[in-house]
Design a protein around this ligand. Structure first.
Ligand code: SAH
Ligand code: SF4
Length: 414
């Protein structure tokens, strides 16, 4: 009987004792199929059963979102205890949780320490509900090595890449927090998509970090998130936003089939060099060439160009006309983002009539040009406001936010 044989294998002498401290056991949550399969092998599952067992556990971890091995109903007792002895189903710890007046939710997540001197990096992840969809904005790095002058994340000093498991774990935590696994209860303190809509239908890599500086982990994470037997978010509903790491754009499309967003923000190199310093390495022309060559482009599969509206900096009529000229021939959507201020920034958001005029020029050239309504501004959750030190805001910075009409309601959970 296969189960008996596996049971024997579980008793292999190199197996760690079942009493190992919980924190020393690695988590299975966030692993790729290959990673999960390796864990099964480590737990003694024989080679010929690996595929089947991996699929079984995969389904419990990602479809059901179980938090305890005992919930895995159709898994034999021996395998469950062998897994329990070596692994956990731990998620990153949620150290703060906020709900905006508009229903946007922001979570501060503490990652497992990577070594004795690491106290556990913190990252932010934001959930944006609408009536017919829910978008999760995930981080790909702790902080960002790039220093776009209008972005709060770019001012954070501590930077490291997240692993693919840490990226996937953000979706797991989000679904835990909004009760989006079978049999769980949804919270009642904020908007959630209506009946028939998935709570997390879309993923955008628009949190902290530059995803294409961590492309391997991001593509592995996309494979896990898109897997139809688990988390099951379609690849066309996953968007990777980049400030323009040109050599990684083509490979990302070929490997992940994800949607692409480009943070353009300026139509002349001189200004873009200043706003997005990476432009000095990969200027606008090279960036747009990489866009033209993006695999699978069509009118039904367009690239989104993001353009942050900065008062008196990039918001003139001439800028709008040049934007339209530059994008000619590329299946594109243009997303105008009102600048979200953060404490200490030197920029201001363009006036509303200026944004409308800009949008009008773009619209008349044949592009839908939605102005992205800022969401979660009151909890510093909007684009470009993420920085894992929000809880350490100075008293003065808090006062500035209060004066701007915001009332952050942090509720530390830990
Ligand atoms: N590093 C990637 C993804 C994260 S930033 C990138 O730059 O594309 C996600 C989006 O937020 C980008 O378009 C970025 O330019 C924009 N953004 C950054 N700071 C902002 C701010 N203060 N207000 C509005 N949008 C901002
Ligand atoms: Fe990094 Fe993107 Fe912010 Fe630029 S806009 S500093 S690339 S996170």
């Amino acid at each position: 009987m296969p189960d008996q044989m596996t049971a024997l294998a579980f008793l292999a002498p190199e197996a760690p004792a079942a009493t190992a401290a919980p924190s020393s056991r690695p988590s299975l949550v966030g692993r790729t199929r290959a990673g999960l399969s390796a864990a099964m092998a480590e737990a003694g599952v024989p080679e010929r059963e690996l595929r089947m067992r991996t699929s079984q556990i995969w389904n419990w971890v990602y479809h059901h979102g179980v938090r305890d091995f005992s919930e895995m109903r159709n898994v034999g007792k021996d395998l469950k205890s062998a897994l329990e002895a070596r692994f956990t189903l731990r998620r990153p710890e949620v150290t703060a949780s906020q709900v905006s007046r508009d229903g946007t939710r922001k979570w501060l997540l503490k990652m497992q320490p990577t070594g004795p001197h690491d106290r556990g990096a913190e990252i932010e992840c934001v959930y944006i509900p609408e009536t017919d969809r829910g978008t999760l904005c995930v981080s790909s790095q702790v902080g960002c090595t790039l220093t776009c002058t209008f972005c709060h994340t770019g001012t954070q000093r501590l930077v490291r890449n997240l692993t693919s498991a840490e990226i996937v774990a953000q979706l797991m935590v989000a679904r835990d927090m909004i009760g989006d696994f079978p049999g769980r209860t949804a919270p009642t303190d904020g908007l959630l998509p209506g009946e028939g809509s998935r709570f997390v239908s879309n993923i955008v890599f628009m949190g902290m970090g530059e995803p294409l500086y961590n492309a391997d982990a991001v593509t592995d994470a996309i494979d896990t998130i898109a897997d139809g037997d688990g988390l099951s978010v379609g690849r066309r509903r996953i968007t990777v936003s980049t400030s323009g790491v040109v050599p990684e754009i083509g490979p990302l499309g070929a490997r992940s089939n994800a949607m692409l967003a480009i943070s353009l923000h300026a139509v002349r190199d001189e200004l873009r060099d200043e706003l997005v310093p990476l432009n000095r390495k990969y200027p606008i022309r090279d960036l747009l060439d990489a866009c033209r060559a993006y695999p699978g482009l069509s009118n039904a599969r367009r690239i989104t160009f993001e353009y942050v509206m900065l008062k008196g900096v990039n918001d003139s009529d001439a800028d709008a006309r040049e934007l339209v000229r530059l994008l000619k021939g590329i299946p594109a959507k243009i997303n105008l983002i009102p600048f979200n201020p953060w404490p200490g920034t030197r920029y201001e958001c363009s006036d509303w009539d200026r944004i409308e005029r800009f949008s009008d020029i773009v619209f008349r050239a044949g592009y839908a040009s939605p102005v992205r309504t800022p969401r979660g501004r009151d909890i510093l959750a909007a684009c470009g406001q993420l920085k894992s030190e929000t809880e350490k805001l100075s008293a003065r910075a808090r006062m500035m936010l209060d004066e701007a009409g915001a009332s952050p309601s942090t509720s530390p959970l830990a």
